[in-house]
Design a protein. Sequence first.
Length: 157
Amino acid sequence: MVAGGIVDGEDIMVPGGPAGQTWLRLFRPLGVPGPLPVVIYVHGGDAAFSDADTHRQAFRMAAAVQAAVVVVDYALSPNARIPVAVEENYVAATWIAQHGGEHGLDGTRIAVGSDSSGVDMANELMLMTDARGGPDLAAHVLWSSRATAVLRAALAA
């Protein structure tokens, strides 16, 4: 939870991926009626569940865009090789599209946002969803202060 009650967080384990399960952290802006559009935030930092910079970025994104932000706790290199982390992000996108409604998410309005160190993996995710026939992703945005308007437009109902 962010000071002032702006964003709430929830950890979710979903089936699938190279290890058989994939962990997600879901950030939601409080007081925004659902189902919420979703931004999958592809970070380039340390483990998603323990990295303060990743959390701050997800908090800011959720509050600015008024969307849920999903951060995948994907396997990091050098312990895991490509395409493990990309597959885990794909599992997250597919789960959101198919089961996000059970958690107040709109599985028809999914975008990908990344920081500069996660942009290559976000690109791979976009290519993977195209090659595999879905799920449909509304946009891929390199996160910056100006990205808010692009994400809001892409995720508009």
